[in-house]
Design a protein around this ligand. Structure first.
Ligand code: KG4
Ligand code: ZN
Length: 326
């Protein structure tokens, strides 16, 4: 097999997106994402419903990704093995292993966070190593120093809620619906961030803490003279972006690394994108649809590992708490 011909099918099912994609040396060849709607009524992802919905959709999503890529047989199959909801992860993982076995091609287990972290490399222009990577999602908020494939050091992380989780909880307090991030983002555009004052919490070691910010919003909402929903969203968003980018700039100064990559669902946020782009750094932002969960980032990360000769035995299990970086 020629290296350049390696077409990798990637499958992502760690949470509430059923996604599959084909990536080759030219980039993304096909990219199919089905976002599960079943959770909206519950205000959050229901793990058992997520797993069932993955099982129902996976066949169709994978077949479409292969059809759109004009491919009958991939050169390798990659899938998210963690972190994520165990039942959901197992659906895509088992599917991918069965395909790899059936096609007689290698299988690569991919860490979902590494998929996000490497996703800016899929774009043109792509960042070059070393870079800082801010991975902000519904389950994680971590700043990494990245010096090469698999070489990641955690510089800053949240000690409680993830940024996306805080967005979702604020949206729930305001009765906006789920997932809350895009809804708060939209409403914030019509609000005045100065209309209420929210804290900029900092945990020990310069780490993030978002639960205090979320509680400050809840306390404010109990006041009879509370600000409008749009103003609350704008103030919450301003505080979130302030603390995220404050630690990024500290890390840039401390490490001397002037390249920043943003990834994960919250990297789709308008204010974060605008303010990050204005930093005195070389900033790489995937398009919005590649910030939220997708199969392309998994196929891409799997392909990079495959090119280094790394594959996974078929008896490798799901790793729901799989950490990235040291
Ligand atoms: O990366 P992702 O799709 O899934 C996880 O790995 O968690 O991230 C989902 C998170 C959710 O919390 C969602 O509310 C948040 O990303 N999100 C946003 C925006 N779009 C998605 N948060 C703020 N602004 C957005 N535009
Ligand atoms: Zn994710």
């Amino acid at each position: 097999m020629l290296r350049g011909e390696m077409r990798v099918l990637g499958i992502e099912t760690s949470c509430d997106e059923t996604a599959a994609s084909v990536v080759d040396e030219t980039g993304v060849v096909s990219d199919v994402v089905h976002s599960q709607q079943v959770h909206a009524a519950y205000g959050g992802v229901v793990p058992e419903l997520a797993a069932r919905a993955h099982v129902e959709r996976l066949g169709g999503v994978v077949a479409r990704a292969m059809r759109e890529a004009g491919m009958v047989r991939p050169d390798a199959v990659a899938a998210t093995a963690g972190p994520g909801l165990i039942g959901a992860v197992l659906c895509g993982l088992s599917w991918a292993k069965a395909l790899a076995l059936g096609f007689g091609v290698p299988f690569i287990a991919v860490n979902h966070l590494e998929g996000h972290l490497l996703s800016p490399l899929l774009e043109n222009p792509a960042p070059t190593w070393p870079f800082l990577a801010l991975v902000v999602s519904g389950g994680h908020t971590t700043l990494y120093r990245c010096t090469g494939l698999g070489q990641y050091v955690v510089l800053t992380e949240t000690v409680d809620d993830a940024a996306g989780e805080a967005y979702d909880k604020v949206a729930r307090m305001l009765g906006l619906g789920y997932p809350g991030g895009p809804l708060v983002d939209r409403l914030a555009a019509d609000g005045n961030p100065e209309s209420l004052s929210l804290p900029r919490p900092e945990a020990a070691g310069g780490n993030w803490s978002f639960s205090g910010l979320k509680t400050a919003v809840r306390t404010h909402l109990q006041r009879p003279d509370r600000a409008s929903d749009a103003d609350v969203c704008a103030a919450f968003q301003a505080a979130t972006v302030d603390v995220l980018l404050d630690r990024v700039m500290r890390a840039a100064e401390h490490t001397g690394i002037r390249t920043l990559c943003l990834a994960g669902g919250v990297a789709a946020n308008s204010a974060l994108r605008t303010r990050a782009a204005a930093l005195d750094l070389a900033v790489f932002l995937p398009p919005r649809h590649r910030c939220t969960d997708n199969g392309a980032m998994i196929a891409h990360a799997g392909r990079l590992h495959l090119l280094c000769g790394r594959t996974t035995p078929l008896d490798g299990g799901a790793q729901p708490g799989w950490a990235v970086g040291t």
